[in-house]
Write a protein that binds this ligand. Structure first.
Ligand SMILES: *Cc1c(COP(=O)(O)O)cnc(C)c1O
Length: 432
């Protein structure tokens, strides 16, 4: 498989280049030259498969022969090591719980897979690969955990001091080994500026082989299509193809679902659910695409004013809005509505939604009647409620319990280097 840039489809790249570079030089995003069609019978027989097998069958079609099938098998077995259970909430409403990975968010799937793929692609290089990543919380913890102990790769994480939750800070700073954390006295934007400057810094690039683990990397996107297919397998036998409801920020998760759909996966539709950051919702309702400044909300992992994967959506539908509207509906909701959905779901069904899935819940409630009666709605539950403990406690009056697997982390010692937001200080730390 070769990958092209959304800005120039005539120039294509092998998987190694697309993955290790992350972004094409023309600042587009990489897309697969052909979205592989799964063989006939694959979806009819999906009940006989398990998630790692499904993942292998998809990944091998994207990355082999450049990456040998047995390597893909090993990467899948190592990376896809947690379940993605479908939970029945009531009637035709289900959630797909994507939070059973090590950092309790769906980003674990992509990060674990990408880390192992990068390590293999770098196997013959003498010099280690250094992954630089700026984070406001969730991405950094998934990347830290995904790359922890992976051969030939060092990770440097920059996070804004005092602006990540206590649990997130532990997840960022207690790995040790090949993961180092820099606590920046500044904002997330300062962290991002330092990382961008670093990629352009000639001296630094002479000293290190730098790469990014940003969510726009195609190797993080493709694995996110695995679990849509796994959800099908778990719905009652004979179900109408489901509608997938995707709480969206940068629209990577949704794009992955649409890739799965293009691969032949049965679905009755896709719904994108956003908080007040609604540039894509407005585009789908007929307005011009108008990115705006980011608005802070309680579903803060979706606070994105200008979603990076919007160009991939345009590319998938050949810039034709009416085609995109046929596959995809979108709705936007306020924090107030989000909190009331959390309360309703908890009081009626005894199920705690995190604020992101609650936005999805609202979109499904609003749009369900547009589908044939009996169509299952699968709301992607993108993070464990404990990751947004303050909002959950404030809204429901209950404190979500930290799962066993994370309890020990709260007792580990934070290891981070405190730096100002001055690039020169970062540079001297790197060169020191
Ligand atoms: C990252 C994230 C999202 C948004 O996913 P995109 O792929 O950026 O649309 C939604 N919910 C949670 C909990 C996240 O961490």
């Amino acid at each position: 498989m070769r990958f092209y840039s959304t800005r120039n489809s005539s120039l294509t790249f092998d998987p190694a280049t697309a993955i290790l570079r992350s972004l094409p030089e023309d600042n587009g995003l990489f897309m697969p030259e052909q979205i592989p069609l799964m063989p006939e019978g694959f979806f009819a027989d999906i009940r006989s498969m398990q998630l790692p097998e499904i993942a292998y069958e998809v990944a091998v079609r994207y990355f082999s022969p450049e990456i040998p099938a047995e390597v893909i098998r090993a990467i899948v077995d190592d990376a896809v090591n947690f379940p993605v259970p479908v939970k029945h909430i009531h009637d035709d409403t289900y959630t797909l719980e994507l939070f059973h990975g090590p950092t309790l968010a769906f980003k674990d799937m992509g990060a674990r897979f990408m880390a192992r793929l990068m390590s293999w692609l770098n196997r013959n290089e003498e010099e280690k690969l250094t992954v630089l990543v700026a984070t406001s919380g969730d991405t950094g913890s998934a990347v830290a955990s995904g790359f922890f102990g992976v051969d030939g790769i060092e990770v440097v994480i920059l996070y804004p001091s005092g602006k990540v939750s206590p649990l997130q800070e532990k997840q960022l700073t207690t790995n040790g080994g090949n993961i180092r954390a820099l606590e920046i006295q500044g904002s997330f934007d300062d962290c991002q500026r330092i990382v961008k400057t670093a990629f352009l810094d000639k001296d630094l690039n002479k000293r290190y082989r730098l790469t990014s683990a940003n969510s726009i990397n195609i190797a993080r996107l493709i694995p996110q299509s695995f679990y849509y297919m796994d959800a099908l397998r778990q719905l009652p036998e004979g179900s109408i193809p489901p509608v997938f409801v995707v709480p969206s920020g940068n629209f990577g998760n949704l794009t992955a679902g649409l890739l799965a759909y293009r691969s032949g996966m049965p679905a009755s539709g896709f719904i994108a659910a956003t908080n007040r950051n609604d540039a894509v919702v407005r585009y789908l309702s007929g307005e011009d695409y108008q990115p705006r400044d980011t608005i802070a909300t309680i579903s803060n992992a979706m606070d994105v004013g200008n979603p990076s994967n919007f160009v991939r959506l345009l590319d998938l539908y050949g810039n034709d809005r009416s085609l995109m509207q046929k596959a995809l509906q979108a709705r936007t909701f306020s924090d107030e509505a989000t909190r009331s959905a959390m309360r309703q779901c908890y009081s009626q069904y005894d199920y705690v939604l995190d604020p992101h899935a609650a936005v999805g819940w609202l979109a499904w409630e609003q749009l369900q009647s547009a589908f044939q009666p009996g169509t299952p709605g699968v709301i992607l539950e993108t993070a464990h409620p404990v990751k947004f403990s303050e909002v959950v406690e404030d809204t429901l009056g209950v404190k979500p319990e930290i799962p066993e697997s994370l309890r020990s982390i709260m007792n580990r010692e934070k290891q981070a280097t405190l730096l100002s937001s001055d690039y020169a200080e970062f540079l001297s730390w790197m060169m020191g």
